[in-house]
Design a protein around this ligand. Structure first.
Ligand SMILES: *Cc1c(COP(=O)(O)O)cnc(C)c1O
Length: 393
């Protein structure tokens, strides 16, 4: 089929939940994508902060195909090697003692919400079930996770929204202190907000949130679905703040494009998830966990997190240079390779203009251009995008 036919068919048979540009992507290698017309694009989206190692990474592809020849799936009724090895890796490299695997970010947050409530219910504190989340947060599109999301546009039309979620402004510890009460079981937040506009909080803020949770015995849940796995220049975003959460969720880059989510927590909390308490058919299946483990090995063995930090600093400087040259740029924000440029106008036309010049970027909250390239991006590729932005701004 020609790309025109693909687009026409897709527009008929696929749920129209996304507005897409008229290109059909057929191949990727590293930071480059090809469409059906033979055009190439440098990818500053990474499938929404997913393909941290770029596309078609040879080591990951090799492991997946070897695992495909050996064992795809047996369910969680049995022990498997890749799942055990991946959980061990995550436990070894984080604050956590145990991991629950699932298939997406929303499911990881569902598990976090459930375990926080179950933890207090097991202790006999049944009324302690409310969760405080942040305004402008994003936690997913399932009923519980959209109920936990602090953006009205995501909830609109889906009433009744689930009970039990309260909201306070992000980066406002006093507001949290006022809201937290006897019925609060957990505080849920992204240490650096992603979809809400790439917002990095004051370092003091998260330390104060940790203190408030400690004083009140409330669980602290970090949604690191976007900030985890090296994206911010540290393996996990919380490492920037010298504190640790009680529960953390991962997904996006964990599988570099393989569908996987994970909920990580400490032993005493993990006890609340005994046999039968929570379950999933696919979660942590061998083919996916084998791939994800290789992703993490490449990330650490090839010092990609350090590279991300270096490229992130370089890129941010360039964006600040663009701000100094173009009045239309209001603000440059973010850390590592989770960067945003807030414009004084709608950003959609800039996304299209970049695409025409061979760069994929995306726009969030209508006026923030977001740059989330593969972490293996090099200075030359950043320079080319900056030249393109300089022309179109
Ligand atoms: C993407 C994202 C999610 C949702 O993940 P899905 O895999 O789309 O369900 C949740 N939280 C954050 C912070 C995200 O960036």
């Amino acid at each position: 089929m020609m790309s025109k036919d693909i687009i026409n068919t897709a527009d008929k048979v696929i749920a129209a939940t996304y507005t897409r540009p008229p290109i059909v992507i057929i191949k990727g290698k590293g930071c480059i994508l090809w469409d059906t017309e033979g055009r190439t694009y440098t990818d500053f989206v990474s499938g929404i902060a997913v393909c941290n190692l770029g596309h078609a990474h040879p080591r990951v592809s090799k492991v997946i195909s070897a695992q495909a020849d050996t064992l795809f799936h047996v369910s969680n009724l049995y022990y498997t090697v890749p799942q055990t090895e991946l959980a061990s890796w995550l436990v070894e490299h984080s604050f956590a003692d145990r991991v629950f695997f699932c298939n997406s970010g929303a499911e990881a947050n569902e598990a976090a919400i459930k375990i926080a409530r179950k933890y207090f219910s097991e202790k006999g504190e049944n009324g302690r079930c409310r969760i405080i989340a942040m305004e402008k947060s994003f936690h997913g599109r399932t009923m519980a996770t959209l109920s936990a999301t602090g953006q009205d546009k995501i909830k609109k039309g889906f009433d009744p929204i689930l009970e039990g979620f309260d909201f306070v402004p992000f980066n406002d510890a006093d507001a949290l202190r006022r809201k937290i009460g006897d019925s609060t079981c957990a505080v849920l937040l992204e240490p650096i907000q992603g979809e809400g506009g790439v917002r990095f909080p004051d370092p003091e803020y998260l330390r104060t949130v940790r203190e408030i949770c400690d004083e009140t015995g409330t669980l602290l849940i970090f949604d690191e679905i976007q900030t985890g796995i090296g994206r911010t220049g540290k393996l996990f975003g919380y490492e920037h703040f010298r504190i640790e959460p009680d529960i953390m969720t991962l997904a996006k880059a964990l599988g570099n494009g393989l569908p996987i989510g994970a909920m990580l927590t400490r032993e005493h909390i993990a006890q609340a998830f005994g046999p039968g308490a929570h379950a999933t058919t696919f979660g942590g299946t061998p083919i996916i966990t084998a791939g994800a483990l290789e992703v993490l090995k490449v990330l650490t063995e090839e010092n990609i997190v350090e590279h991300c930090q270096e490229m992130g600093e370089y890129f941010k400087e360039k964006l600040l240079w663009l701000k100094s040259r173009h009045d239309i740029v209001e603000d440059v924000r973010g850390i590592g390779l989770l960067l945003g440029m807030k414009l004084k106008t709608n950003g959609a036309s800039f996304v299209t203009a970049c695409m025409k010049k061979g760069f994929l970027i995306n726009c969030i909250q209508e006026d923030i251009l977001r740059f989330i390239p593969p972490l293996i991006i090099e200075k030359e590729e950043i320079d080319s995008l900056v030249v393109c932005l300089d022309e179109i701004l």
